[in-house]
Design a protein around this ligand. Structure first.
Ligand code: MV4
Length: 504
């Protein structure tokens, strides 16, 4: 087993990984940017290396700095967490070349699965149902028109280098496809440096259900049930559950075995997740594979009783998986809420300020993973996830009742958070019945937050970027006055902020 491990991340996931290191007798090493000097992940590590200025492209995303930090501290392995370099095949290659061990899949599998069209070909070859459409990029508008005519409208255009909903375009009819194709291509080119776009038939009101996998270097690969991730806002998950209210033992086994076959076909090892879209008849279609530990992994841990980060580190060190498929028994129900520093009453705009008072939930069946503490300022440069609040109970209903209790114990002062939004979700009849689909949040929350507004919400319009900049500049101004700070919402908007800051 490793003696020292470098955590190439920040926030709650860096704290989570450091905890696993402690339990395994491994010394955790942190890296931090100038904006994170006072952050919790630095305090819980044995050593911490400064890797540069706050913007992540000058710190957490710089491959050479991260590898140098591991080398100088004598760490033998690097855990990338999620986001940042975690799905970067170039980083995985650099780690392999430098003689360090990546706690993650091989660079080769990351490459095969990073391209969504290549991933679709692998899934198809492994015998999985993929959403009908193309398995290679569209070559022209004519090509798009032809395929769309064959699979039937509506269709979705997706960036081949995308994933997680970035660069998606819904096309309802032939009249729309030419302009949608050129918009999708140029969006893909500017976001991912790759204009390639592919096409899928549009699945109406799908559920997003994913299978957790883990495999070792000896060829063992098993699934640890599913997670229901249909509650999303702007393609960001906000609440996840294990098990899914609509998955029974038979569907779980079929999805699990399909997922294992796909991962094997890609030469995968370590932890990974296969996402499926599930239609109203419970047909499941491969969507994409995430080649990292996911934000929502705790709900799987609560229901299976297995520690995924322990297991990731063990298999990265060459050990055999400590359990087999038959050992995996799911018990009870777990729910995770992503608590963000955003104002749900104000279109989820970033909420600036210092955490002046914090009362964290506890008691039976509660798991609280956080990178924040009372008195801490949320840096503006990164994803403003404050904490993941998870509950476990014997049944889904008991878990919702427990979550209601826990949300009422939880109190954060000085900034707005998404806690009030979740208090409303747990009271919703639709949610309690487990009948939500991907449109739930828009139906449920938008009418309140944006009374009289368009049903689409204004977040997709250019004015949303202006509102974001205004909010950040306001926060900067008030920071200068009274030393508070702000948090921003999405990656694209952080980049936008970076451009604004440079012009100042
Ligand atoms: C889809 C879809 C319908 N049909 N693909 C992909 C990434 C995820 N964030 C959204 N994605 C979707 N892909 C086809 N062919 C609908 C969605 C979708 C969605 C899926 C699951 C849960 C919430 C969603 C919200 C909006 C769109």
């Amino acid at each position: 087993m490793f003696k020292k491990l470098l955590i190439a991340n920040r926030g709650e996931i860096a704290v989570r990984i450091a905890r696993a290191c402690r339990e395994l007798g491994i010394s955790p090493v942190a890296v931090y940017s100038d904006a994170d000097r006072a952050s919790l992940h630095v305090r819980v590590a044995d050593q911490a290396i400064n890797i540069g200025p706050p913007p992540s492209n000058q710190s957490y995303l710089v491959i050479d700095k991260v590898i140098a930090a591991a080398k100088t501290t004598g760490a033998e392995a690097i855990h990338p967490g999620y986001g940042f370099l975690s799905e970067n095949a170039e980083f995985a290659e650099a780690v392999e070349r430098s003689g360090l061990v990546l706690v993650g899949p091989p660079a080769s599998a990351m490459k095969l699965l990073g391209s969504k069209t290549s991933a679709r070909r692998i899934a198809q070859a492994a015998g999985a149902a993929v959403v009908p459409g193309t398995v290679s990029p569209l070559e022209s508008v004519g090509d798009a028109e032809h395929v769309a005519g064959e699979v039937g409208y509506p269709v979705m255009l997706k960036a081949a280098a995308g994933g997680g909903g970035k660069g998606l375009r819904l096309v309802r009819s032939r009249e729309e496809i030419a302009s949608a194709f050129s918009l999708a291509s140029s969006e893909a080119a500017s976001s991912f440096n790759d204009a390639a776009v592919y096409l899928e038939k549009y699945i109406d009101s799908p559920r997003h259900i994913e299978i957790q996998l883990i495999g070792d270097l000896l060829g063992n690969m098993i699934y640890l049930g599913e997670r229901e991730c249909s509650l999303q806002r702007r393609h960001q998950k906000v609440l996840e559950e294990c098990p899914s209210p609509i998955v029974d033992a038979d569907l779980r086994r079929r999805m699990g075995e399909t997922a294992v076959n796909i991962a094997r076909a890609a030469g995968y090892h370590n932890a990974g997740t296969i996402e499926f879209l599930v239609d109203s008849e419970r047909n499941f279609y491969f969507l994409e594979m995430n080649t990292r530990l996911q934000v929502e992994h705790p709900v799987t841990e609560l229901v299976t009783g297995r520690d995924l980060v322990h297991e990731q580190v063990r298999v990265a060190a060459g050990e055999k998986l400590s359990f087999s498929q038959d050992d995996i028994v799911m018990r009870g129900a777990a729910i995770e809420c992503r608590i963000y520093a955003e104002d749900p009453e104000n279109s989820f705009l970033p909420s600036p300020g210092r955490i002046t008072k914090l009362v964290t939930p506890a008691g039976p069946g509660v798991r609280y993973d956080s990178g924040s503490y009372q008195g801490w300022e949320v840096p503006i440069y990164y994803d403003p996830l404050l904490a993941k609040l998870c509950v476990w109970a014997e049944t889904r209903e008991a878990a919702i009742n427990r979550l209601t209790r826990v949300l009422n114990e939880y109190s954060v002062e000085g900034i707005h958070t998404t806690i009030p939004f979740f208090r409303a979700v747990v009271q919703s009849e639709e949610f309690r019945r487990g009948e939500f689909d991907t449109g739930f949040i828009d139906r449920f929350w938008n009418p309140r937050a944006q009374a009289g507004g368009s049903s689409r919400g204004y977040e997709d319009a250019p004015i949303a970027d202006i509102a974001m900049i205004a909010s950040i500049l306001h926060a900067k101004a008030s920071k200068e006055r009274k030393d508070t700070t702000t948090a921003v919402q999405t990656e694209s908007r952080w980049k936008l902020y970076g451009r604004v800051a440079h012009r100042k």
